[in-house]
Ligand binder design. Sequence first.
Ligand code: AMP
Length: 150
Amino acid sequence: MSDYGRIMLAVDLTEESKAVADRARKLAHAFDAELHVVHVIEPLSLAYGGDIPMDLSTVQDQIHEQAKSHLAEFAAALGISAERQHLIFGRPESEIHRTAETVGADVIVVGSHGRHGLALLLGSTANGVLHGATCDVLAVRVGIPEKTED
Ligand code: AMP
């Protein structure tokens, strides 16, 4: 197995992204790898199935602007430069794959909620990313309370 030279971190920009990012950052450090980050904005028409009879482009623009600054802030905290920040429109699973392939990533790092067992995991983005990936996928377990000593 060769080393990881390029790592693609996928974030939904929720609070949990920090734990996933921390793991990706450590992995990048261990392999002296290039760290990229991707956030996918789901088009409103996809999220609502085109049910709303109005022009959503202004709202979509605002969402894009907000996501852009949020991603920039998130990436800056990880020391990821602008050209390694990828903000994409579309379906998360397929766009994460596409972006990873475009930059030639060796591994994709995603968060995964293992708490409620396989049933939840099967419907997750992590599972979607795992299937059809042309490189390794690291699913970082998130949302599980730390065990405390008592
Ligand atoms: P979910 O299955 O939606 O809870 O998401 C699990 C993981 O998939 C997140 O921790 C991210 O790594 C990734 N993910 C989900 N949604 C997105 C998104 N819109 N853009 C990039 N990554 C995402």
